[in-house]
Design a protein around this ligand. Structure first.
Ligand code: TYD
Length: 205
């Protein structure tokens, strides 16, 4: 897989690139793990890759999230670096071998989260598509923001900050809602995990 002078990242290999997106609390990680099991049972190499990553830029992002947030532009640039690292180190090799990459968040999260901080989602998309392959299919897990915040509150017991962030989460959700890519399949996260997974597998078939 190589970067070219054109504005679109040139993809090689016969692999499949699946992205799972949505606001916090929609159950993305559970669904990613179940998808990987399903592909593996069908004899395909399948790898779940979360973003932010555990690579150098991903660790910097996590540290920043704890110790004080970057401004929107700085955050966007660091997520872009982390993604470029993930493409080169993890994503491209699996796709070149014909495997399946399941991304637990990808650049649609940058469009939504950094977009919700005032950047233009179209500019974020363009910058990402220069350094990262476009996904073949995007599962966008949907849930009303209040319900998502309740789930996070129950799960992590770090509610107050997130509740204060309700407006931000609403803006994030509004950007996700506004996207009408043909690759996007919306999955209602109010369904059971098994039902969500069934719908995802149906779409892949
Ligand atoms: P999250 O999936 O919650 O990771 P973890 O569970 O390991 O902490 O992602 C952390 C946050 O990062 C989440 O609130 C969304 C945000 N994010 C962005 O702002 N931009 C991006 O491009 C990505 C991938 C994530």
């Amino acid at each position: 897989m190589t970067e070219t002078s054109s504005t679109e990242f040139r993809r090689t290999g016969a692999g499949l690139l699946v992205a799972v997106e949505g606001i916090d609390g929609t159950g993305k990680s559970t669904q990613c793990a179940k998808l990987a099991e399903w592909f593996a049972a069908r004899g395909r190499e399948a790898k779940v890759l979360p973003e932010p990553t555990r690579g150098p830029h991903g660790m910097e992002l996590r540290r920043r999230a704890r110790e004080g947030r970057l401004d929107a532009q700085g955050e966007f640039e660091l997520f872009l670096k982390d993604r470029a690292w993930n493409v080169g180190t993890n994503i491209a090799p699996v796709l070149e071998r014909g495997g399946v990459v399941i991304l637990d968040r990808y650049y649609i999260s940058s469009m939504a989260y950094q977009g919700a901080r005032g950047l233009d989602p179209a500019v974020i998309q363009e910058a990402n598509e220069r350094i990262a392959p476009r996904p073949d299919i995007v599962f966008l897990l949907t849930l009303p923001v209040d319900e998502a915040l309740d789930r996070i509150h129950d799960r992590d017991d770090h509610g107050p900050n997130l509740y204060e962030d309700r407006d931000y989460q609403q803006r994030v959700a509004a950007i996700f809602d506004s996207l009408d890519w043909p690759e996007i399949v919306r999955i209602d996260a109010r369904e059971t995990a098994d039902e969500m997974q069934r719908r995802m597998r149906d779409a892949l078939e």
